[in-house]
Design a protein around this ligand. Structure first.
Ligand SMILES: [Zn+2]
Length: 423
């Protein structure tokens, strides 16, 4: 391992790329790079142009992901992929997704300047269609590349704004949905040594706690009840005394309070979790000012960063519901639990990133990712994976996301050293 790193990323290139991306995909106050649309294509074109200008190998796979590769000494050894997505939400921010690709390109350009030939190939992968806002599914580009999507999905998923299917949009952009339907992957997990994703943090933690970067420990998972209900009895608001009621809104109120108290307990034990009741509704056809509500719908999205926390969430949520059922004379129907599993980052990769950050003098926080990322698609296929977060103010998926270039440079220095030191 190098005791004094010499390689430095090409930060002026990164600055130029961010400006150019903004210029090519500006839309009102933000940027719009729609999945398999003009904005995303413009971003991929810029990545490919940059790769060619740097004299690197540029390829596009049959689903439209772009790869810029610095050849290593052992061309047949499993390669390192550094990647993130180039699509954005409508009028989103310039850095969500793009920062990871630009970081990879700045690292490769830095290695070229220093004359470093890496031990194995390093590919920067610009991924298609990660966001779930255009098609009602996430991580499409990475999951298609890894052959990890059901074949019928290409003709079922329709883009929200155009109504056209994923297959139609892919074909429009010149890619080959038929090959994907036949299940041919573009990437063989056995030929990938590791996957690394640099991404802006989408929450306030790094900014609030004063860390320029985060080393992600896991992508959180947990139960998601999208269609939960509490069933009770409609009754006259004046005529039904409390003890005779089966009031579903009163029951839900208590349930939410109990779940939040449980959340506080978990936090006191140092277990990072999140709970969100994103929608709560009584039926407008049946509810009224003077009627005790006999049914309420809600959804609950709960996330933890390890399997033990997720197990405890599932058990406690169920037991709190039973208590509320008894106290209010109602019944809970949680419906389908569509919650994903926790996706842990690779121990060895996290350790190497931490060693490098310490040596570089870059303060970092070990944290989990509440949101999903392309990294998750690689973990699902057994590829050793790691993620770095960059401090970012004002969240993401909005034009006000604010990442300092100096924080981006710190993350990219850690990435650059990683690419040289990974064995
Ligand atoms: Zn993103």
């Amino acid at each position: 391992m190098n005791s004094s790193p010499r390689q430095e990323p090409d930060i002026p290139l990164a600055e130029k790329l961010f400006d150019e991306l903004r210029r090519r995909t500006a839309d009102g106050p933000g940027v719009t790079r729609e999945s398999y649309g003009a904005g995303e294509q413009a971003a991929h074109d810029l990545v490919a142009e940059t790769g060619r200008t740097l004299g690197l190998e540029v390829e596009t796979d049959h689903v439209g992901n772009t790869y810029v590769t610095l050849p290593g000494r052992e061309r047949f050894a499993p390669k390192i992929i550094v990647g993130s997505h180039m699509d954005s939400v409508p009028q989103g921010g310039n850095f969500d997704g793009a920062a990871g690709v630009v970081s990879g390109l700045a690292a490769l350009s830095g290695l070229l300047r220093t004359g470093v030939t890496p031990a194995r190939d390093i590919s920067v992968m610009a991924v298609r269609a990660e966001e779930g806002c255009w098609f009602p599914e996430t991580w499409l580009g990475s999951r298609m590349a890894l052959g990890n999507l059901p074949a019928d999905i290409f003709d079922q998923l329709r883009r929200i704004d155009t109504g056209l299917t994923l297959a139609e949009h892919m074909a429009d952009c010149g890619f080959d949905p038929q090959t994907v339907r036949e299940g041919a992957p573009c990437l063989d997990p056995a030929k990938i040594a590791c996957f690394l994703e640099v991404h802006i943090e989408q929450g306030p933690v790094l900014a609030a706690e004063g860390f320029p970067i985060g080393i992600v420990q896991a992508i959180m998972g947990g139960p998601r009840y999208r269609d939960a209900r509490i069933l009770g009895t409609y009754a006259h608001a004046g005529g039904a005394p409390r003890m005779y009621r089966h009031d579903t809104v009163a029951a839900l109120g208590q349930f939410i309070t109990e779940v939040n108290a449980f959340w506080k307990e978990l936090e006191r034990d140092g277990r990072h979790t999140v709970f969100t009741f994103g929608t709560v509704a009584t039926d407008p056809a049946l509810h009224s000012f003077s009627r005790v509500p006999g049914e309420v719908r809600f959804c609950l999205d709960a996330r933890g960063c390890d399997d033990a926390s997720v197990r405890s969430i599932r058990e406690t949520v169920a037991s709190l519901a039973r208590t509320v059922e008894q106290q209010h004379g109602v019944s809970f129907a949680f419906g389908l639990d569509s919650g994903p599993a926790v996706l842990p980052m690779d121990e060895g990769l996290k350790d190497l990133l931490a060693v490098i950050a310490e040596r570089r003098g870059v303060p970092f926080k070990k944290m989990s990712s509440g949101a999903g990322h392309d990294a998750g698609a690689f973990i699902e296929c057994g590829v050793p994976t790691a993620m770095l977060f960059i401090r970012n103010e004002n969240g993401s998926h909005n034009p006000n996301e604010a990442m300092d270039l100096s924080d981006f440079a710190e993350a990219t220095r850690v990435l650059t050293d990683f690419l040289v030191e990974y064995r």
